[in-house]
Ligand binder design. Structure first.
Ligand SMILES: Cc1cc2nc3c(=O)[nH]c(=O)nc-3n(C[C@H](O)[C@H](O)[C@H](O)COP(=O)(O)OP(=O)(O)OC[C@H]3O[C@@H](n4cnc5c(N)ncnc54)[C@H](O)[C@@H]3O)c2cc1C
Length: 413
């Protein structure tokens, strides 16, 4: 921890140097919001965000999320030019596929809706799947689409570092090992945040504290209903012939995703019996303490079976995990919090926060500066669950259900 804060007054303080906080701070600084300070309790960019798979996904559950996904990919593609900081990404495209009739119907529905929302995609047959993604055999595929606009970032930490460099170049600050321990609210308005080494007076505070967001909200007297739920992935050792430009694949019936990674394959999946891990009950918790369980990933390897033979045949080089912040309706909590002027949230990632935080940071910054959201963001309103605290157990149950049904949000199959 620093001995004292290098700054005592800021135009905005962002709590949390993960994907949401850094994106929001970068966009605020870019749009000329003045002095922006990002505070993190640990080293910046050290918790959930660097553990992500780095996948971007244009096929989303509704038009608002689709628009944010489109904007997010545009921001990443244009980031180096706009910020002057290099950032690599892979324009791999992705495959969305299903092997059962019920899941094929879901994929077909999603493809039709996404086309209506402006997403370009092409239907594939099983041989087309194997042709454009040779790591997949195409076996048992009943419905599949190629989405050429999807991208991935090989090492998620690279995006976070790029944001930090850009924020610094714009004259704003990211401070690590500086936990926010208090938020001052006077006459219904945020006026300052405090840390063990001093306070910063500010009219604008963003709660982007990830799995800790509910605890941070409580400092301002508001409920931020997120249920943190474990998620894990693996990366295999290199596989002969694997190319980084092969597409991402999402296999809906297995609730699993794959992509090329470090010369091998990355695979992650949404477990059907997920576990909730709430850092509020463990003050010393760090993301590396998330309990990992390889048997869960072995289950996905079995489910993917003959479609991805290399997966079962190649030793695992890395196994990592962290926490999704789930909400009862699987939508972000992004916007001003009713009742406390100047207090905003950028959280409730529901498993898509690494990617969609690019667009969310942009729309929040435009809203903070311009006074109006750039388009209708009511579905992400942090106040939509009411003013009182959301029942703890109901929140956890809903979050676990949303996690387990990540790829089948409208019906459990
Ligand atoms: C294994 C895995 C794979 C994933 N893959 C993808 C993917 O492919 N695509 C995708 O879009 N999403 C993915 N996600 C989800 C994505 O990682 C998250 O949505 C995203 O990283 C959340 O970012 P965040 O900023 O909310 O959280 P974090 O990165 O955890 O940042 C929050 C920060 O707040 C800080 N903080 C908390 N309390 C305080 C306090 N009191 N004072 C100061 N600082 C505080 C924390 O220390 C932390 O650094 C994945 C997640 C996991 C676990």
């Amino acid at each position: 921890m620093p001995h004292s804060l290098p700054i005592t007054q800021a135009d905005a303080v962002v709590i949390g140097a993960g994907a949401f906080g850094l994106s929001t701070a970068y966009q605020l600084a870019t749009l000329g919001a003045g002095k922006v300070v990002v505070l993190d309790q640990f080293d910046p960019a050290s918790q959930t965000s660097p553990r992500a798979a780095g996948l971007y996904k244009l096929v989303q559950a509704d038009e608002t999320l689709t628009r944010l996904a489109q904007q997010s990919i545009e921001i990443i593609r244009g980031f180096a030019e706009a910020s002057g900081v290099p950032l690599d990404y892979v324009q791999s495209g992705s495959i969305l596929a299903a092997r059962t009739p019920a899941h094929a119907a879901i994929v077909d529905q999603e493809a039709e809706a996404s086309t209506g929302w402006g997403v370009a995609l092409e239907r594939l047959d099983a041989s087309g799947v194997a042709r454009i993604a040779p790591y997949l055999t195409g076996r048992d595929i009943r419905s599949a689409y190629f989405i050429p606009g999807d991208i991935y970032i090989e090492e998620p930490i690279s995006l976070l570092r790029a944001y930090m460099s850009a924020i610094e170049m714009l004259g704003s600050i990211v401070l690590g090992n500086t936990p926010v321990t208090g938020i001052t609210v006077e006459k219904g308005e945020v006026t300052a945040v405090s840390t063990p080494v001093g306070s910063i007076a500010t009219p604008l505070v963003v709660d982007a504290a990830g799995a800790w967001a509910r605890g941070v909200g409580a400092l301002a007297g508001v409920d931020v209903p997120v249920a943190p739920v474990r998620h894990q992935l693996l990366i295999t050792r290199p596989i002969a012939g694997m190319s980084p430009s092969e597409p991402i694949a999402r296999i809906i019936d297995a609730s699993a995703y794959l992509r090329p990674a470090r010369g091998g394959l990355m695979m992650g999946g949404m477990e059907s019996h997920p576990i909730a891990v709430d850092p509020r009950h463990d003050p010393g918790f760090r993301m590396e303490d998330t309990p990992l369980d390889m048997s869960v990933l072995d289950g996905f390897i079995d489910l993917l079976g003959p479609l991805v033979p290399a997966l079962g045949d190649t030793p695992v080089a890395e196994h990592r995990g962290g926490l999704f912040t789930m909400t009862p309706d699987a939508r972000f909590l992004a916007g001003p919090v009713p009742g406390v002027r100047g207090f905003w949230t950028a959280t409730g990632c529901n498993g898509s926060g690494f990617s969609l935080s690019a667009g969310i940071g942009r729309v929040l910054a435009e809203w903070m500066i311009g006074g109006e959201p750039p388009f209708d963001l009511a579905s992400l309103d942090p106040g939509r669950f009411g003013s009182g605290p959301v029942d703890e157990e109901e929140l956890t149950v809903a979050g676990l259900w949303r996690y387990a049904n990540y790829y089948t949000p409208n019906q459990a199959v």
